[in-house]
Write a protein that binds this ligand. Sequence first.
Ligand code: FES
Length: 136
Amino acid sequence: MAESSIVDTDILLCQIDDLAEMQTIELDIGDNKLFAIRKDNQVHAYWNNCPHLGIPLNWMPEKFLDLDGSLIQCSSHGALFQIDSGECIAGPCIGDHLKPVEVRVEGNMIYVVANQPMPQAPINLRAQALADLEDS
Ligand code: FES
């Protein structure tokens, strides 16, 4: 598994005008993945690692919300997270939190802030399954 590391420079996420209310956007930094959601004109960003198994929350690009569009939902086992706090309120990791990503809005731009630690990269179950297949 990859060592955790640091975001070493501010990284442009997107222009705020490109992120509509309740829309999500994803960004990869090396092997790490993050996503951000705009809600009530605030940007909430988290590392894309489910606290349950350490795998990405979404199967489909930029699809992180439940059917109501009001909570973040893990596509693997259905855990539900508050958008504002990242707290898991239902599912196998109830009480745990998504790891927040510090972002800042400057003018019309949203940046991932430098000098913050990155978690270990999410586990790639697809790559693991294919490796297991080759070994069998
Ligand atoms: S991996 Fe997210 S709920 Fe199980």
